[in-house]
Design a protein around this ligand. Sequence first.
Ligand SMILES: NC(=O)C1=CN([C@@H]2O[C@H](COP(=O)(O)OP(=O)(O)OC[C@H]3O[C@@H](n4cnc5c(N)ncnc54)[C@H](O)[C@@H]3O)[C@@H](O)[C@H]2O)C=CC1
Ligand SMILES: O=C(O)C(=O)Cc1ccc(O)cc1
Length: 315
Amino acid sequence: MPDRLGPKRQVPLVERLALVGIGLIGSSIARAVRHIGLAGSVVAADASPEVRRRVEELGLADAVTGDLEEAARDADLVILCVPVGVCGEVAAAMAPGLKAGAIVSDVGSVKGAVVAQVAPHLPAGVHLVPAHPVAGTEHSGPDAGFPTLFLNRWCIVTPPNGTDAAAVATVRAFWEALGSNVEIMTPQHHDLVLAITSHVPHLIAYNIVGTAADLEKVTQSEVIKFSAGGFRDFTRIAASDPTMWRDVFLNNKEAVLEMLGRFNEDLAALQRAIRWGDGEALFDLFTRTRAIRRGIIDLGQETAEPDFGRPRASS
Ligand SMILES: NC(=O)C1=CN([C@@H]2O[C@H](COP(=O)(O)OP(=O)(O)OC[C@H]3O[C@@H](n4cnc5c(N)ncnc54)[C@H](O)[C@@H]3O)[C@@H](O)[C@H]2O)C=CC1
Ligand SMILES: O=C(O)C(=O)Cc1ccc(O)cc1
């Protein structure tokens, strides 16, 4: 498995790249793209003046703007790296600047709702190719990004039916150049898979940390002092960005509720096994789940030890 990005390219994949939203994901893309020369030029757009100032200080782009129409003008590829709840309004604001043949993509953690919100605003001749890099951290903002974030990670590309094949190939080549493995699926299937592998686990983390914080007979300082490894992992996840995750749950409602229904049934069965002293049921489940974890490690998608080498950010 490669442990670094490829060498600088002689010929960029796209001439002009516009990144809208330069937080963790947008700034990681900007860093990687500039590192390998994947775009002729990078324009960065963000609604926040503080973020724009920081992007300029960090030298992450050739041009920085708060005007989305200006950012989109002449861009060959535009990638929305904003919370999923604002993708529609962002698409509407930049639409007048888009040229025919441009590709609009995104990195949102939910795909069906993003397609529904963005597609109606795009002029004819503009290709929508949504994508989701399944890579991230609990940190936010332009200081949190790093160029190897997508290396050896999956990127799921979810083109709506009938999307131009050349536009899909460009988005695939883009993510492969950033070191990702690309898989294509429908937006609906993506949302179902990610509901159980990412969205519900985040909800469980938010919930358990909230429950621990609200206990009367166990103090907060005891929770912090005696937090074992498992609980510490939950607190890391529960430190993830509130705006981003609010939008994920509001925009993947059906799939999350479906998975939560199943989760609640299985939890009730475990509750019953504990109440009735059914050690066999507990042992059987724990044996099955241990095999799943070992399968993930065998696939090389996880290290057995936690990754302490990852950069930390302020927010
Ligand atoms: N954080 C993570 O681990 C991952 C996040 N994603 C997806 O990536 C997207 C971005 O997430 P992050 O980079 O973590 O967020 P972030 O909070 O670090 O950055 C988002 C940026 O978007 C800007 N923004 C918000 N509303 C805007 C608007 N209306 N117009 C222009 N700019 C606007 C903010 O000022 C901020 O700089 C989300 O859709 C999220 O679901 C995907 C994979 C992993
Ligand atoms: O920090 C973690 O453990 C994550 O799970 C990061 C993450 C968050 C959201 C995504 O859509 C993909 C990856």
